[in-house]
Design a protein around this ligand. Structure first.
Ligand code: NDP
Length: 328
C-alpha cells in the first residue's frame, strides 16, 4: 500500500482532493518504480489539485508534476534499485499519476539521475519552477547575456520561478531588478540578491510607446500578459526575454517594433518535453550555481494533507518562494 493525494470527480463534475491509501497494483504502467521522498507545489499543481484546468483527463487522479526519490524497482538498464532520481515534466501529474504519493511509476526516459552535490530535498526545493528558471538563464546566456551589461528583470519575482531566477542571476554576477505586486516581499527578494525592486503597477500596463528607454539587459518573465509586451520595448539593443509563464494571462498585446529596431529576442522556455541532455545540463548547473543557503530561505515545508489549501493559494498568487512537500 502507498499513501497519496487523490483527486476524484463527483457526479456534478466537482473535484475533491484528499489523502488515501492505495494498493501498489493501482500504480500506472512504466519501467521504473520510485519511492518518492519529496515533491513540490507549482502553479500547474494548483490547477491539477483543483478543477484540473483542462490538464487532467481521467479521474481518480494523483497530481504532482515533479518528484525526487529512490528507485525501488526498474525494468530499464539505466536505473537500478537505490539510485537517486529526479522527475520533471512529461505531463506527469497531469495525464499520468504524479509525485503526490509515496510511490510513483514512470517511464525511464522521463527521469534524470540526481546530480553530484544535490540532495533529493534540495532538488525538490528547486522543483520544476527552479529548473525552468535555470533553463531560462541558460537560454539568455546562449543569446549573449553577460554580467556587467545591465540589470536583468525578473517578473513574478516572489513566486517559485522568480525566486530561483533572482538567486541564480545574482550568484552569477548579474544586477537583478525584481518585479513584485507584493511590496512586503522586498526584503525577501533583496536577501535573494535583487538590487532593485520594481512595483508591478509600474510595468503591468498596456504598451503606449513601442520603444521606451533601453533599460534591461535581459528578462525572465513568469507573468506574460501586458507586462511581457511592455518589457520587450524596454530591453537594451539585442537583449532577450525568456518567456516562461502566464501568471497574468496567455495574451500579450505587443508590438513588433522592438524586434525590428532593437533586434531583441523573445525566447520560449519549455520544461515539459525538454530533451534529456538539456535536463541533465540544467540540473548540473543548479548544483553548481545555486547558493543553497538562499534556496533554504525560499522553502516552506508542507505535507500531502496541506496541499488542497496550498493549491488554491498558488492559483491566487498567494504563495511565496517554494513549497517543499515532504512525502515520506
Ligand atoms: P508562482 O505562483 O509561484 O509565481 C507566480 C508569481 O507571479 C506570483 O508569485 C506573483 O509574484 C506573480 N503574479 C501572480 N499573478 C499575477 C498577475 N495577475 N499579474 C502579475 N504578476 C502576477 O508560480 P510559479 O513560479 O510556479 O510559475 C510561474 C509561471 O510559470 C506560471 O504561469 C507557470 O505555469 C509557469 N511555468 C512554466 C514552465 C514552463 O515550462 N514554461 C515551468 C514552470 C512554470 P509577485 O507577487 O512577486 O508579483
Amino acid at each position: 500500500m502507498f499513501k497519496a493525494l487523490v483527486v476524484e470527480k463527483d457526479e456534478n463534475g466537482k473535484t475533491h482532493a484528499g489523502v488515501q491509501e492505495l494498493p501498489d497494483d493501482r500504480l500506472p504502467e512504466g519501467e521504473v518504480t520510485v519511492r518518492v521522498a519529496y515533491s513540490t507545489l507549482n502553479y500547474k499543481d494548483g490547477l491539477c489539485i483543483g478543477p484540473g484546468g483542462g490538464l487532467v483527463k481521467d479521474y481518480p487522479h494523483i497530481p504532482g508534476i515533479d518528484f525526487a526519490g529512490t528507485v525501488e524497482q526498474s525494468d530499464d538498464e539505466r536505473y537500478k534499485p537505490g539510485d537517486e532520481v529526479i522527475l520533471t515534466g512529461w505531463h506527469v501529474g497531469e495525464r499520468h499519476w504524479g509525485g503526490y504519493a509515496e510511490k510513483a511509476r514512470v517511464k525511464a526516459d522521463w527521469l534524470v539521475p540526481m546530480p553530484d552535490g544535490l540532495t533529493a530535498r534540495q532538488a525538490m526545493a528547486v522543483g520544476t519552477a527552479g529548473f525552468t528558471a535555470m533553463l531560462s538563464v541558460i537560454a539568455l546566456e546562449e543569446h549573449g547575456l553577460k554580467p556587467g551589461t545591465g540589470p536583468v528583470l525578473v517578473t513574478g519575482a516572489s513566486g517559485g520561478v522568480g525566486s530561483v531566477a533572482t538567486a541564480l542571476l545574482a550568484e552569477l554576477g548579474h544586477e537583478v531588478a525584481a518585479v513584485t505586486g507584493r511590496p512586503e516581499n522586498a526584503g525577501y527578494l533583496k536577501d535573494l540578491g535583487a538590487t532593485q525592486i520594481v512595483d508591478r503597477s509600474e510595468i503591468a500596463e498596456a504598451v503606449k510607446r513601442p520603444l521606451e528607454s533601453e533599460t534591461w539587459a535581459g528578462c525572465i518573465d513568469a507573468v506574460g500578459g501586458e507586462m511581457l509586451a511592455r518589457v520587450l520595448g524596454q530591453l537594451k539593443y539585442g537583449g532577450s526575454l525568456a518567456a516562461v509563464g502566464l501568471a497574468a494571462g496567455p495574451q500579450f498585446p505587443g508590438n513588433v517594433v522592438p524586434f525590428l529596431l532593437r533586434g531583441v529576442n523573445l525566447l520560449g522556455i519549455d520544461s515539459v518535453t525538454r530533451p534529456y541532455a538539456d535536463r541533465v545540463e540544467a540540473w548540473q548547473r543548479i548544483a553548481l550555481d545555486l547558493p543553497m543557503e538562499k534556496l533554504e530561505a525560499m522553502v516552506e515545508p508542507a505535507t500531502l494533507e496541506d496541499l488542497p489549501e496550498l493549491g488554491a493559494s498558488i492559483l491566487k498568487g498567494g504563495v511565496k518562494g517554494r513549497v517543499l512537500v515532504e512525502v515520506q
